[in-house]
Design a protein around this ligand. Sequence first.
Ligand code: FPP
Length: 268
Amino acid sequence: MGAGKRLYRSVRLAASAMGAYRLYEWLLERYVSSGPIPSHVGIILDGNRRWADEMRMPRWMGHRYGADRLEEVLHWVLDLGIRTTTVYALSIENMERRPREEVDRILELIKERSRKLVVDPLVHERKVRVRLIGDRARLPEDVRAALEEAERASAGYDRFFLNLAVAYGGREEIVHVSKEVARMAASGTIRPEDVNEELISSLTYTGGLPDPDLIIRTSGESRLSGFLLWQSAYSELVFLDVYWPEFRRIDLLRAIRTYQNRSRRFGG
Ligand code: FPP
C-alpha cells in the first residue's frame, strides 16, 4: 500500500472514530473531483417506508422525508457538476399495486414538490431543465399539470437536466417507442432499414440526453425494476445499503468513486 493510500485510510479511520465524517467527506470529495464526473446519474429512491417503520412514523412521512432528501441531493449533484440527473420517483408498477390511499399521497407530494420547482431559485439560477418522463396519460390531471408547469418554467434552460420519472416503466417506454416507430413506418416517414439504435434512443423519453453513466439504488435492493431499461445497457450500477431518507452526501461521493474505479479498471 502506498503512503498516500495509507494516509487516506488512517484519516478515514480517525474521522469515523471521532464520529465526525466531515474530514472523510472532504477527503472523498477531493478524490472524486480529481476523476471523471459522470455526466448522467440515475437514482432509484427506495426505502422510504422501511425507514419510516424504523423511525416509528406513519409510512407516508417516509415519503415526505424522502422528498426533502431529494431536494438536498439536487444541490449536491449540481455542485459536483453532474449535468443530468434522472430520479425514479413513481413506477407504473407501484401505481397499480400499492393501496390507492398511498399512491394518492405520493402523487399529492409530487404535485406539491413540482409546484415548488416552478419557482425554485435553484432551477432558475443553475438553469436546470426539468422534464417529466413517463406515461403522462396515467397521471391525474392536476399532477400532470403541475409537472408540466415545471417543464414549461424551465424549458429554455440547458445547463443541467432533471428528469422526473413518474408513472414510468421501462417496458412501457419501449412500447411507447415501438408505437412511434410503427406510426412513422405506416406514414412512410421511415423504411424498416432506417430503424437503428440512434432512432430508438431519440424516441425514448430521455431522447437527446446521454445514457446514464451511473445508476444508484438505495435500500439494499439489487435490481433496476425497469428503470431506464434501454438506456441502462452500459451503466455502472451501485446498490447502497441505506434507506433513501438517510442518503448522505458521503453516499453519493462513494457511489461516484465506485464508478470512477470501475471505469478506470475496465478502461472505460
Ligand atoms: C420508494 O420508497 C419511494 C417512492 C415510491 C416515492 C418517492 C417519491 C418522492 C420522494 C416524491 C418525489 C418528488 C418529486 C417532485 C419527483 P418505498 O415506498 O418503495 O419504500 P420501501 O422500499 O421501504 O417500501
